[in-house]
Design a binder for this molecule. Structure first.
Ligand SMILES: [Zn+2]
Length: 343
């Protein structure tokens, strides 16, 4: 990226009401068959246009092509039975009924590659595509086959690598792996989680990112955040090893969170997508608030490596709020960009 402080979003944006129920996670599609395919493409066009109008530099599909950031990918795999469900506790936080791994997992055909090609046709801007990370995938399933979280994660890493290579060939500039589980299972992250992620990016020439956040603004997450105390030092446990990893970019929650900004020093040298927009509240940040978060981050991230971003996806927000927050992000980044240029 030649632009200084290029903006992007962590991932999802709200869907139009005719495609899925707004302000709802896991909302079922309102269309079917061919209508659903063209409906998703229309929604992708709209979402892209919203990002462009807001001045976002690195654009995405706004995750209009998926119902959920993890399960939609898993639905396309063999070895997982969606009828056979078990209740598990996701990220030690909330209970959910999840599908069961009943045999060897594999990817019979690509999952998002056609969607990525479609996005590529719509714009010459750099594009980012999100995939779930291996550790977050295993945490969203009941495993009756491998009986080992680590073994299953390695299998998913191989599958993700196949998908990522095809996304790269489709013209994706940055492939992002969403790993909120990295904020919870610290020992596993250090023992094999980061190694699995490196397996998922093996051989890629495009840029790679890992997104680690404190989750969408849903009740289970906001309740959990209340138990974390005044200083959130979770990142501290995984940053040293991430700094040593092959991942190019680390996407983090920074605005309104209790993460001490100096923790970013632990990943000095990496590009950092700094979350400067809170996705857990409807109040719109002022450009000055965004700028203040970015300035704080600049103490620990070199200017050419700082990518202003949102804390997490904005799927659960209204379209109006999400759109206003995107504009605030661009305006805030512009303030700091000018300061840097005029220095
Ligand atoms: Zn997130």
């Amino acid at each position: 990226m030649k632009t200084l402080l290029p903006t992007s979003t962590a991932g999802s944006l709200p869907k139009p009401t005719w495609l899925a129920q707004p302000e709802t996670l896991w909302s079922p599609w309102k269309l079917q068959g061919d209508e659903l395919i063209s409906g998703k493409q229309d929604a992708l066009r709209l979402s892209l246009q919203e990002q462009q109008h807001a001045g976002v530099d690195i654009v995405s599909d706004g995750e209009q092509t998926r119902q959920h950031f993890v399960t939609t990918f898993i639905e396309h795999l063999d070895g997982v039975d969606f009828e056979n469900r078990h209740t598990v506790t996701i990220r030690n936080r909330y209970e959910a009924s999840v599908p069961t791994v009943v045999g060897p997992v594999s990817r019979p055909k690509s999952v998002f590659v056609e969607d990525a090609k479609f996005l590529r046709q719509q714009t010459n801007q750099p594009i980012k595509w999100a995939l779930p990370g291996p550790m977050t995938m295993i945490d969203t399933l009941y495993d009756a086959h491998y009986q080992s979280r680590e073994k299953l994660a390695w299998e998913f890493a191989k599958i993700l690598n196949q998908e990522a290579k095809e996304l790269e060939a489709a013209g994706v500039d940055i492939i992002q792996f969403d790993e909120p589980a990295f904020n919870v299972f610290f020992d596993d992250v250090n023992d094999w989680g980061i190694a699995c992620l490196e397996r998922a990016i093996e051989g890629l020439k495009c840029e790679t990112a890992v997104h680690i956040c404190y989750g969408y603004g849903i009740k289970a997450n906001t309740d959990w955040k209340k138990t974390l105390g005044t200083e959130w030092r979770q990142y501290e446990a995984v940053f040293p090893k991430l700094q040593q990893s092959n991942i190019d970019i680390i996407s983090l929650e920074c605005h309104n969170s209790h993460v001490p900004m100096e923790l970013l020093e632990l990943i000095r040298g990496k590009k950092v997508m700094v979350g400067a927009i809170d996705v857990a509240r409807n109040e719109i940040e002022t450009p000055e608030e965004v700028a203040a978060t970015l300035r704080k981050a600049l103490q620990f991230v070199d200017a050419d490596k700082l990518y202003p971003c949102t804390n997490c996806g904005m799927a659960p927000l209204s379209r109006q709020v999400a759109s206003a927050k995107l504009k605030a992000l661009s305006a805030g980044a512009a303030i700091v960009r000018n300061e840097l240029i005029n220095k």
